[in-house]
Design a protein around this ligand. Structure first.
Ligand SMILES: Nc1nc2c(c(=O)[nH]1)N[C@H]1C(S)=C(S)[C@@H](COP(=O)(O)O)O[C@H]1N2
Ligand SMILES: [Mo]
Length: 165
């Protein structure tokens, strides 16, 4: 797991954002952007979260930003999805009560997109719920994305995840 719990939000070279934000900044976002109990929004999921919309309101990406990338250096897993598809839906789960989100839960920080499509089926699928996120990046073109696109590869990844649960 990464040493720091910080998640850096920024634009790539083509989408210069007015500011960078870390996890500490997420916690300071206004109450309207905070979700104290994710289970109320997504049954069966736990934790406290902040809405992606709250992060975007702070970062104010340029209109040229069309994609948002969720990146996990921890296990080199990455997804880049159209910004419009997630800007008002995605949440960033970052705590478990007053404790950090556990690795089993995808912590310290994970993306969750309510009403995602089934795995391997669309841009915004279940696989885009990136765990162990350390970097969120706004880009003009689709950014690096290594979600498995092959059935076997994907089945293998799921089998590995089941073991970890
Ligand atoms: N960092 C990271 N995030 C990841 C994965 C992964 O292997 N590494 N797998 C993805 C896939 S394929 C799925 S279907 C979901 C599963 O999330 P869950 O275990 O919380 O249900 O996590 C996604 N996020
Ligand atoms: Mo998946």
């Amino acid at each position: 797991m990464s040493e720091s719990n910080d998640v850096l939000v920024r634009g790539d070279g083509n989408v210069e954002t007015a500011c960078e934000m870390t996890l500490a900044d997420f916690r300071q976002l206004a109450a309207e952007h905070q979700i104290e109990d994710v289970s109320a929004l997504v049954p069966g999921r736990e934790g406290a979260a902040v809405r992606l919309a709250g992060i975007l309101a702070r970062v104010q990406p340029q209109s040229s930003a069309q994609f948002i990338g969720f990146h996990a250096a921890h296990d080199d897993f990455h997804a880049s999805v159209p910004l419009d598809a997630v800007r008002d839906r995605a949440i960033v789960i970052y705590a478990n009560g007053d404790q950090p989100l556990t690795a089993k839960q995808g912590g310290p920080v994970r993306i969750f997109i309510p009403d995602h499509a089934a795995c391997n089926s669309a841009d915004v699928d279940e696989c885009a719920n990136v765990k162990f996120v350390d970097h969120i990046e706004l880009t003009v073109e689709r950014g690096f994305d290594n979600r498995p696109d092959d059935e076997d590869e994907h089945a293998e990844l799921h089998a590995r995840q089941e073991e970890e649960h």
